[in-house]
Design a protein around this ligand. Sequence first.
Ligand code: F6P
Length: 360
Amino acid sequence: MKKIVISTGGGDAPGLNAVIYAVTKAANLRGWEVYGSRSGYKGLLDLDELVRLSPEKVADITPTGGTILGSTNKGNPFAMPVENLAGDVQIRDVSDRVLSNFKRMGFHCHIAVGGDGSLEIAHRFALKGMPVIGIPKTIDNDLEATVMTFGFDTAVSTATEALDKLHSTAKSHDRVMVVEVMGRESGWIALCSGISGGADVILIPEITFNIEKVCEKINDNELHDKHYAIVVVAEGAQTGEGGVICKEGEVGRQEVLLGGIGEWVAGQIRKITGKDTRSLVLGHLQRGGSPTTFDRLLALRFGAAAVRLAEAGTFDHMVALASPEMTAVPLEVAIKSRKRVPLHCDKVLTAREIGICLGD
Ligand code: F6P
């Protein structure tokens, strides 16, 4: 009888529990045992943090948000912050301990559910000899090797719903509302929610914006008897002069904490147009709540496909959506590049053709 272990790493995304459900059920069907590692690799570092997953245990988790296993974006076993007896924190490589516990437990393989960072760690373990299968997860939808990651559709739906609600208050007060959305260096959430939610302006990291152009669009609204405007700005959008605004860390690094561009844009619009302007940050609302039907289905399909790969012995690969089919992509290829919005893609053309200003 085979034993497998599943972990969820990095920022959570709606659909993680659906993956855990599908993996547990598909493995159980084959007579295998499934274990979950809590908080990324914690369960493989300390076996007390491993949980046995049974069909009964996962019975009703598919529609729930978050992950029953917990997650962390500070749990890289190759560079783990460890506190010594004196209370100082040192960065240590504890990957050998993870591997030896994996072997001790007699696991057939590890199914690692994560975004670019977690999949990179999974690939490093594969190179060390751990049979690994990756499942792509991120609300940012920034993994090149799959048409879509789960979590993205839910995040876009949440952002669109927020934009729908902002129209009435913006209109009542003749205001400009600036909404900052997530997505790191990719503008997918901003672009898709902005188009669907009737934004006047969408600012994405892939198109450096000129604030004067943004203000021209807002003034143009006035000429057409529209006295309010909705501006969607991706957290990683770049101003011509100011670059990207971060709360912590540096752009291009895994640990960077983006944020603040919405308030900056609102301040500029207020100054240049004289319009009453407010900003808000949607933040982690975009990661919370129940996954949409699309995300649930995709997550369930990814989970089942990962177990098929485990059965076939196709390791060091990530399951990927190549609509309408599922495929397997080598992890090395999957982590190579980020998927950014192509400047001439249909969604960008659609935005322009329905009169949305992209700040250029
Ligand atoms: O990668 C997913 C994501 O939600 C990004 O869109 C965002 O920049 C980041 O994670 C936020 O991370 P944290 O949970 O550490 O605040």
